[in-house]
Design a protein around this ligand. Structure first.
Ligand SMILES: C[S@@+](CC[C@H](N)C(=O)[O-])C[C@H]1O[C@@H](n2cnc3c(N)ncnc32)[C@H](O)[C@@H]1O
Length: 452
């Protein structure tokens, strides 16, 4: 019988599935925890082991490369999984050395040859002979620049670190780079939003969110057991997403009869909030989504709202030619890399490639062109991404607007400050860039536009 504890085995299973079959840790982990019937304490440990190992993979690989004297590309991937999991225990959780090493060797026996087990044992004994601070110094000594040192220490791909830095430099806040990277490695507190007209914030547990008048932040507990959430009158939703929807719905008073469009609505978090806001002001929302299964998620997200908004399955890039100058307000929450939500998806940073950013550009531009065509003169359009990467945010807006002199940027920070419960620390400019380290939200980008 193996002595590896069930929590470690569950973590290793999930880490392996993430690597081998592109599984999403946040979806697979609860399934594996349930199947292994872990106690609450073991479930907590399995979660910490899985998320921590996946997030810090870049840093642990640097440690493993030094300790083993070889590049991690030359280590058998299942053994590398075991070593990374052990690094998290030895360097971040300070699990007793013998427990971390012995259990990891047991796991190595399950996935590797005899020589691989010996290799695992040797590497882990080398790592455990120095303390975490000594390893940090050794890893940082391999960096060729200050930027690379920060990327290594806080376990971000160098290109992501550069992209974040570029945006912070443009904001005049380069000194915040390290704080931004650190914030990506901390699991966010769960935020809930009430749907206006269907629930009140006082019904929800937790403390009022600092900025969103509809939100609370929880300090623990299962949000899915909150009655207003099970009844569809409140939702789990990042505060940044709440603010992005509110910037559009509250930029100016709603005129009865207005027609609103959520162009890329799936899975429906912002659509639910917009639909409730529209219903309260006598406006109507249409939610559009190209993927049928995601449109189904939108239908269930808006199910509690009356009258129920129409949910259409369709390609947003053709809406403008099909319905020119038709909508009073449009949300374009564009498909993006999601680099602004790295705290929620521990493996995402390693899966994304610089080419993904370039690959999304034409679709983001085509959707923005379509949204502009579908907007009535005098209407409001919010271009939103859950990514701070300039190539998906300001550059897309700038390149599309060059072709549309009739479209102009509105002072989005001023609109947001008027809505928010407390003033936000925002960089100057027409757009809003939220940050995990500064606002405790995902790094949402919001640019409000209007058409002459
Ligand atoms: C960032 S998500 C939207 C999130 C959503 N607003 C929410 O708050 O739940 C982008 C969505 O755009 C959808 N999408 C991608 N290409 C599209 C297209 N050509 N037309 C419409 N939707 C599209 C994706 O399937 C995805 O559901």
């Amino acid at each position: 019988m193996s002595r590896a504890t069930p929590a470690r085995r569950v973590a290793l299973d999930v880490i392996r599935a993430v690597r081998e079959s592109d599984a999403y840790a946040n979806l697979l982990l609860p399934v594996r925890i349930g199947r292994a019937k872990l106690s609450d304490a073991d479930a907590g440990l399995a979660t910490e082991l899985t998320y921590g190992t996946l997030r810090m993979q870049g840093y642990y690989d640097a440690v493993i490369a030094i300790a083993s004297g070889r590049s991690v590309d030359r280590i058998d991937p299942p053994i590398l999984d075991v070593l990374r999991l052990a690094c998290h225990q030895l360097l971040s959780l300070r699990v007793a050395t013998h427990a971390a090493v012995d259990e990891s060797v047991e796991l190595a026996k399950e996935v590797g040859s005899r020589s691989a087990v010996g290799f695992t044992n040797g590497v882990l004994r080398t790592i455990s002979r120095s303390n975490p601070e000594e390893w940090r110094e050794r890893v940082l000594a391999t960096a060729r620049s200050g930027e690379e040192a920060l990327a290594l220490e806080h376990s971000h791909p160098l290109w992501v670190t550069r992209a974040i830095r570029q945006v912070l430099v443009a904001e005049g806040r380069e000194s915040e780079l390290e704080a931004a990277l650190i914030a990506d490695n901390v699991a966010p507190r769960v935020s809930l939003a009430v749907l206006p007209g269907l629930a009140h914030r006082v019904e929800l547990p937790g403390t009022p969110a600092p900025y969103s008048p509809l939100g609370v932040r929880l300090s623990g507990g299962d949000p899915l057991r909150v009655p207003a959430v099970t009844e569809g009158r409140a939702r789990v939703q990042d505060e940044g997403s709440q603010l992005a929807a509110l910037v559009l719905s509250r930029a100016r008073p709603v005129e009865p009869g207005e027609l609103w469009l959520d162009l890329c609505a799936g899975p429906g978090g912002k659509a639910a909030l917009l639909a409730a806001e529209a219903a309260g002001g006598g406006a109507t929302l249409i939610a559009n989504e190209v993927v049928p299964a995601r449109a189904e998620l939108v239908r269930s997200a808006v199910a509690a709202i009356s009258p129920a908004p129409e949910v259409r399955v369709g390609d947003g890039t053709t809406v403008g030619s099909e319905h020119p100058a038709h909508f009073d307000r449009i949300l374009l929450d564009a498909p993006c890399t999601g680099l602004g939500a790295l705290r929620r998806r521990p493996e995402a940073r390693w899966r994304k490639q610089p080419g993904d950013v370039a690959g999304l550009g034409p679709l983001q531009s085509a959707l923005l062109e379509s949204a502009i065509a579908a907007l009535k003169p005098g209407g409001l359009l919010a271009y939103v991404t859950c990514s701070p990467h300039a190539a998906e945010t300001k550059s897309i807006v700038a390149s599309v607007l060059r072709k549309h002199p009739e479209v102009s940027r509105l002072d989005t920070p001023a609109v947001l400050q008027a809505i928010a419960s407390e003033p936000l620390d925002l960089a100057p400019g027409d757009h809003v860039q939220l940050w995990p380290h500064r606002h405790g939200t995902d790094a949402m980008f919001i640019q409000l536009l209007t058409k002459a």
